[in-house]
Design a protein around this ligand. Sequence first.
Ligand SMILES: C=C(O[C@@H]1C=C(C(=O)O)C=C[C@H]1O)C(=O)O
Length: 379
Amino acid sequence: MEKQEFERQLSAVREEIDRIDKQLLPLFLERMNCSEKVAEIKQQAGIPVLNAKREQEILDRVREEAGGYGGSAAALYSAIMAVSRARQHQMLVGGGELRRLEQTADRSMKQSDVRAVCQGVPGAYSHRAALRFFEAPELVFRSTWKEVFETVKSGEADFGVLPVENSAAGSVSAVYDLILRYRFYIVGAVGIKVEHCLAACRGNADIKTVISHPQGLSQCSDYIEQHGLSTVEYSNTAAAAKFVAQERPDGTAAICSEEAAEEYGLIVLKKGIQNAANNKTRFVIISQKPVLPENADKISLCFSLPHITGSLYNVLERFAIHGLNLTKIESRPIPGSNFEYDFYLDFSGNIHTPDTLDLICALHDELPRFSFLGNYREA
Ligand SMILES: C=C(O[C@@H]1C=C(C(=O)O)C=C[C@H]1O)C(=O)O
């Protein structure tokens, strides 16, 4: 067949597609109009927007009737209903306390004269993160991450500084578990370049064992393997440096920052022993008091989901519809449950943008165990 003939046939079918799309659009708008009427009734009757049972019935029917296209048709209808629900949420102005929070929360944060708490001992990477974030903070140190949360809870400190993710070793799951348990606000985030060194007491150069936090050991696994070193886990990289300085264990070096080595009078035997040259750790600042700056660019939230086909997909799709970029997703088991999960999400956005506020309020009204965790500037 001639190329021209193919072109002619293509345009004929495309005309048909255009004709069908023209028919679909008014039907979509008509359906949205019905959805708006439903919203008005729901508003008067105080009925929640989401009716999962009704949606499931529609999806089952569509799947059944669409034959070979069952799955695709269900996905399409799921998207249509997500849009329909979003419109209803917008009309019902849900979100309750979250909308009030958006209006009333402080828009700027005190950055000097603050009391902050870090895990570890002076010289820890959290210490450096705190100094990057605050001007001359009054700092206290605790030996565990849980104690950092407890110190903020008791009001002894206004802010806690916690590592959440390393560019090589990945998420610090234990911290995410605590974030999900305490549900304090995240009011800031800061990335720190992490360069580990091998540090030992003077005259202790024949190193057979290294001691550090599991994250430090994991970030230096190549060096450890190449040199056939044995490893000992410790609560914190700087605390490991302090231990080596105090106990002077034979043939043992700490893996820690240069600051920590200096703080405890250790000799740096080798610098930059981490696997990745550009090794970074991201820290978050937590507080019991929300702060929602005008120039915030990152939103964190968490929720759980029922074990239903497409439930996570349906939530993520809403971010896509709103043009929001998801930067992090973690799922962590809910303590005391069997294989039920809380999801933790970070995405780019600002809660003072009406469209974004509508989305977060809709999720607040729909999702089990939902918490808005904060909107802050990613430094
Ligand atoms: C339209 C309604 O509200 C929501 C949207 C639905 C839809 O678009 O079909 C179905 C159920 C509800 O979650 C309704 O309750 O019927």
